[in-house]
Design a protein around this ligand. Structure first.
Ligand SMILES: Cc1cc2nc3c(=O)[nH]c(=O)nc-3n(C[C@H](O)[C@H](O)[C@H](O)COP(=O)(O)O)c2cc1C
Length: 209
């Protein structure tokens, strides 16, 4: 697939068909992570791949409750205030946060080595370099998955989710994971959120803002 077509094809899909992702295609997607730029040259990423709905469900236990809280408080308050497309995305995404991870049947946890200071207590912007590199790697995987005809959805861990996942996976001290990354084949009727129309020219400022 041509590169710009891959960019167009990549969309967050939260509805999966349940068809299993083969090892070969998964390996190609994971290999794409190691082609991304990295802050320390070492690409200290490790992936925990979790297959099987029951195994994923165990990792996603806190996701349902944490999301329910946001859904009840945040979404109701945002109705009529939030941008229409943004609201539509959240209305689709929030109820699916746990389900999408489980139904993908293939959950990837991209771990990275966090050095210098704790992830959520950065001293300055460069303290987040390890996190930023992990995200560059995640983006490569999203694009590789799109090129393979696969769909992805991801969730940023909140509240007690990082500790829960690190404990269950036995992740070594000093490692964090960027997100819950669900990879799978899209359901035939998978929902695709309407995108905001952006005129690139409007976002470019020459010499000064
Ligand atoms: C930093 C970041 C955090 C995100 N967090 C979540 C999340 O927790 N759950 C989720 O379902 N989608 C999440 N998304 C996906 C966005 O909702 C999605 O990328 C956005 O709506 C644009 O749609 P598209 O990916 O289809 O282009 C996140 C995306 C980014 C870049």
């Amino acid at each position: 697939m041509e590169f710009y077509e891959v960019l167009e094809r990549r969309r967050t899909i939260r509805d999966f068909s349940g068809r299993e992702v083969g090892d070969e295609v998964l390996n190609r997607i994971l290999a794409a992570a190691f082609k991304a730029p990295t802050n320390d040259h070492l690409r200290q990423f490790e992936f925990v791949v979790v297959r099987g709905r029951d195994n994923i469900a165990r990792l996603a236990v806190p996701v349902a409750e944490n999301t329910r809280n946001i859904q009840q408080t945040g979404l109701d308050a945002a109705a009529g205030v939030m941008d229409e497309d943004e609201y539509a995305m959240f209305a689709d995404a929030l109820p699916k946060q746990q389900r999408m991870l489980i139904e993908s049947g293939c959950l990837v946890l991209p771990f990275f080595r966090q050095q210098g200071c704790p992830l959520c207590e950065p001293a300055d912007q460069s303290s987040l370099n390890y996190f930023a590199s992990a995200w560059a790697a995640v983006e490569n995987m999203l694009l590789a998955a799109a090129a393979e005809g696969l769909a992805c959805a991801f969730r940023i861990p909140i509240g007690n989710e990082p500790e829960h996942v690190k404990r269950l996976t036995g992740a070594p001290e000093g490692y964090e994971f960027a997100c819950f990354l669900a990879i799978g084949y899209p359901a035939p009727d998978a929902h695709v959120c309407r995108q905001k129309v952006i005129r690139v020219e409007d976002r470019i400022h020459w010499n000064v803002w």
